[in-house]
Structures are given as structure tokens and as C-alpha cells.
Design a protein around this ligand. Structure first.
Ligand SMILES: [Zn+2]
Length: 146
């Protein structure tokens, strides 16, 4: 990810290396995807949607390696991993909207986009097990142990 701190270390003069969303931290990968208030708020919404409680301070590596113990089944791990990647994708897309267009989504809009995109990705790739749209929105954690 070409965050400002990485570009700065490579000698690209950006003048400002602070987070474009919160202006409250240096733009690193961990800050952008996890620790930025905008990202934390979105991860908390995603965790709430999945009935997983409060999102805690985990490194991006743990999240993207799927090391969160949310499921014991391989299907459950796969769909949770897909949701994590879609969330990270939208966080980065939202950051780019701010950098290039000067605007960002509200968290409820971003969560809705994550629900739609992750359902689409999983439904198209998973042929053996069907995911119901209504239960995907209302109680997706039922799929964690399928
Ligand atoms: Zn930030």
C-alpha cells in the first residue's frame, strides 16, 4: 500500500505525511487500516454486524492472516477472511476518495457497501454452500460454523 510514510521513506516529498482522513496520526499501513478513528469505527461496525463484540487493537497482519479465532470451520474462516479483505479494501478506497476527491463515506454507508460487496464475492465463488441475503444482513455469524 502506498501510504504516505512509505512514499516519504522512498524520497518522494509529499510535504504532509499525516492521515488524510483524521489528520491525527502519521499515515502508516497500520494507522490507515486499523488505528485511524474512521477505520476503528468501521471495524467496530463490522464486528457488531457479526456479533463479535468490540474490535480490539490487533495488528493488520493478524487480521489479514485470518488469525482471529472467529470460526473453527474452513468455510467460516474463508467467509470471515473475505469480509476482512472487503473491509480493508473499502477503508483504502475511502482514503483514496478523500485524497483524490476531498470526500469520504459515512460509516453506515461504508458498512452497507461492505455487506453488498462481500455477499457478492462469496456468493459468486462459493458454489457448494448457499448464503441467504437476509441472513447475511441480519445474522451472518450463523455461517461461521457451517
Ligand atoms: Zn487517520
Amino acid at each position: 500500500m502506498p501510504v504516505k510514510m512509505k512514499l516519504d521513506k522512498r524520497g518522494i516529498d509529499l510535504h504532509l505525511v499525516r492521515c488524510p482522513l483524521c489528520d491525527d496520526g502519521l499515515e502508516t499501513v497500520d494507522h490507515s487500516l486499523i488505528f485511524c478513528n474512521h477505520s476503528l469505527d468501521l471495524w467496530n461496525r463490522v464486528f457488531g454486524w457479526w456479533n463479535l463484540g468490540q474490535f480490539s487493537n490487533l495488528s493488520m497482519g493478524e487480521i489479514l492472516r485470518g488469525n482471529l479465532p472467529v470460526s473453527s470451520s474452513s468455510f467460516g474462516k474463508k467467509i470471515w477472511e473475505a469480509v476482512e479483505w472487503v473491509c480493508a479494501y473499502f477503508i483504502w478506497k475511502n482514503r483514496n476518495n478523500m485524497v483524490f476527491h476531498g470526500k469520504c463515506w459515512t460509516t453506515p454507508v461504508a458498512l452497507n457497501e461492505i455487506q453488498i460487496k462481500s455477499f457478492g464475492w462469496i456468493s459468486r465463488r462459493e458454489k457448494r454452500k448457499k448464503i441467504d441475503w437476509f441472513s447475511w444482513l441480519s445474522n451472518p455469524s450463523i455461517y461461521l460454523n457451517m
